[in-house]
Write a protein that binds this ligand. Structure first.
Ligand SMILES: Cc1ncc(COP(=O)(O)O)c(C=O)c1O
Length: 427
C-alpha cells in the first residue's frame, strides 16, 4: 500500500495512529477488569456523542444508554427493530435509498411492513409518511443520512409524525452521528443506531445503539404497545445510573430471551453493559479502537466537529459545482445535502461503462472513493468527509477527482474546484 494512500470512501474511514495502536495491544480476556475498563470508556464516549451532538453540546436526552454490538450497523438496525416488534406488529419504513430499503428488508423478517418509498435520491414527502402512519403503527424507521444518495432526511419531522401516533421511532444515524447534529428527545428518537467505521472514525466491525429511556422505562424493549409514555414525554431516569439494572425489567417474556434474536437480545446486552461487558465474547481489539476514537471525538468536541464536517462538505460540494459537475440528490424544503458525504452525477464521458476508467484513474493516484450502489452504479460517485480529515486531504481528494476526469477526456475545470474549496476552508 502506498504511504500516501487516502481513503475517502463513506466507510470505513481512516483511523488515527492512536486508534490503530490501541488495536495492536496484547490480548486480554473479555471478562477481565482490563476489558471492562475499555468497555466503560467506549460507552461513556458514545453516550457523549449520542447525547451531545449539537452546536452547543447541550444534552438532548433526559436519559438513555449506549450499547455496543460485535457487528456492523446492519446488526444494530436489526437489533433495534427485532427487539421492538412482534410478528403481527405494523412498522412503517421510509425508503429513499439503499439503507432505507435495508431497514425495510430487515423489518419484513420480523413484522408487517408498510413501506413509504421514493426514488433513490428523491426527498421524502412528509405528507406521504403522515398518511402511512396510523394509530396501529408500532414502529417507524428512517435513515437520517442516506449514504447511497447523499441526502439528509427530515428526522425531526418524521419523529413528530411517529410521536403523534404513539409509535416507536428508530433512526439509522450511521453516517451522521459523530459528524453532524443529532437530537434524541427533540426528534422523539427511541433507538438510534450508529457504526464504528463511519463518522466515529473507529474500526469496522462494531456498532452502537442508543436506547432512550422513553423505551426502556415505560414498558421495556419489545412489547411495544402497553403503558408506554409518548415519545418526547420521557421521564428522567430515577437513578441516572444504569449499572446492574435491566433496561427492560418488565419486558414481555414472549420476546425477552424468547422472540428477541438471541445474539441481539438488547435486554441481555443492557444487563451485561451494567458490568461493562457484552453477553458473548467481545471483539476486544475493536472495542479498544472504539474507546480511543470516541475519546478523540470528545477531545475535539462535537460542536467543533459538526462545524468542521459542515465546512468540509460545503467546500467539497462547491468545488464539484465549480468544476462543472452536478449533485445527484434532489432536495425539497424538508431535506438537505448530507454534511458527511457527497454524491455527484458522473458526467458524460465517465458514465456507465466509461466510469471504470475514471475510478481507475482515481486509484492510480492513491485515493479511494466510491461509486454508486445497486442501480446507481455507473451513475454517481460518492466521497466521504467523515472522521478526522484535514483540509489538505480534502483538497487532495478534489484535485485527484478533477485530474482523473481530465485523464479520461472529460472537460473539467480542476483548478476552479480546488480554488473554490480552498476559499471555503479558509473562510
Ligand atoms: C446509512 C447506513 N446504514 C447502514 C449501513 C450498514 O452498514 P454495514 O453494511 O457495515 O452493516 C451503512 C453502510 O454503509 C450505512 O451507510
Amino acid at each position: 500500500m502506498r504511504e500516501d494512500f487516502l481513503l475517502l470512501n463513506p466507510g470505513p474511514v481512516p483511523l488515527s495512529a492512536d486508534v490503530r495502536e490501541a488495536m495492536s495491544e496484547p490480548m486480554v480476556s473479555h471478562r477481565s477488569a482490563a476489558f471492562e475498563a475499555v468497555y466503560e470508556r467506549a460507552q461513556d464516549g458514545l453516550e457523549y456523542v449520542f447525547e451531545r451532538s449539537t452546536p452547543s453540546e447541550a444534552s438532548t436526552s433526559v436519559g438513555g444508554e449506549a450499547l455496543i454490538l460485535n457487528g456492523t450497523a446492519t446488526m444494530g438496525m436489526e437489533a433495534a427493530v427485532a427487539n421492538l416488534v412482534d410478528e403481527d406488529d405494523e412498522l412503517v419504513a421510509v425508503v429513499n435509498g439503499k439503507f432505507g430499503r435495508r431497514f425495510k428488508r430487515i423489518a419484513e423478517r420480523h413484522c408487517e411492513v408498510t413501506p413509504v418509498e421514493f426514488d433513490w435520491g428523491d426527498p421524502v414527502d412528509l405528507d406521504a409518511v403522515d398518511a402511512a402512519v396510523s394509530d396501529d403503527t408500532e414502529v417507524v424507521t428512517v435513515v437520517h443520512n442516506e449514504t447511497s444518495t447523499g441526502l439528509l432526511n427530515p428526522v425531526r419531522e418524521i419523529g413528530e409524525i411517529a410521536a403523534a401516533a404513539d409509535a416507536r421511532f428508530v433512526v439509522d444515524g450511521v453516517t451522521s452521528i459523530g459528524g453532524d447534529e443529532f437530537r434524541i428527545d427533540d426528534w422523539n428518537v427511541d433507538i438510534a443506531v450508529t457504526d464504528g467505521q463511519k463518522a466515529l472514525a473507529a474500526p469496522p466491525g462494531v456498532s452502537a445503539l442508543y436506547v432512550a429511556d422513553g423505551v426502556d422505562e415505560s414498558q421495556g424493549l419489545s412489547s411495544a404497545s402497553e403503558g408506554r409514555s409518548p415519545s418526547g414525554n420521557r421521564k428522567p431516569s430515577a437513578s441516572g445510573d444504569n449499572q446492574n439494572t435491566s433496561c427492560s425489567d418488565d419486558v414481555d417474556a414472549h420476546i425477552d430471551g424468547g422472540n428477541a434474536p438471541f445474539y441481539e437480545d438488547l435486554d441481555w446486552h443492557s444487563r451485561k453493559a451494567g458490568q461493562h461487558q457484552t453477553p458473548f465474547t467481545s471483539a476486544v481489539p475493536l472495542f479498544r479502537g472504539l474507546a480511543v476514537a470516541v475519546e478523540e471525538i470528545e477531545a475535539e468536541g462535537m460542536s467543533g466537529r459538526i462545524a468542521r464536517h459542515r465546512r468540509q462538505s460545503t467546500a467539497f460540494r462547491e468545488a464539484m459545482w465549480a468544476m462543472g459537475l452536478e449533485s445527484f440528490p434532489e432536495l425539497n424544503e424538508a431535506t438537505a445535502y448530507s454534511n458527511t458525504l457527497t454524491a455527484i452525477d458522473l458526467p458524460e464521458g465517465a458514465r456507465g461503462d466509461d466510469s471504470e476508467a475514471f475510478f481507475d484513474a482515481v486509484s492510480e493516484r492513491g485515493v479511494s472513493i466510491s461509486g454508486g450502489q445497486a442501480h446507481l452504479g455507473g451513475e454517481v460517485f460518492r466521497v466521504s468527509n467523515m472522521g478526522n480529515l484535514t483540509s489538505d486531504q480534502l483538497l487532495r481528494g478534489i484535485r485527484t477527482i478533477g485530474e482523473a476526469f481530465e485523464q479520461v477526456g472529460v472537460d473539467i475545470d480542476t483548478e476552479a474546484g480546488v480554488k473554490k474549496a480552498r476559499n471555503e476552508l479558509d473562510a
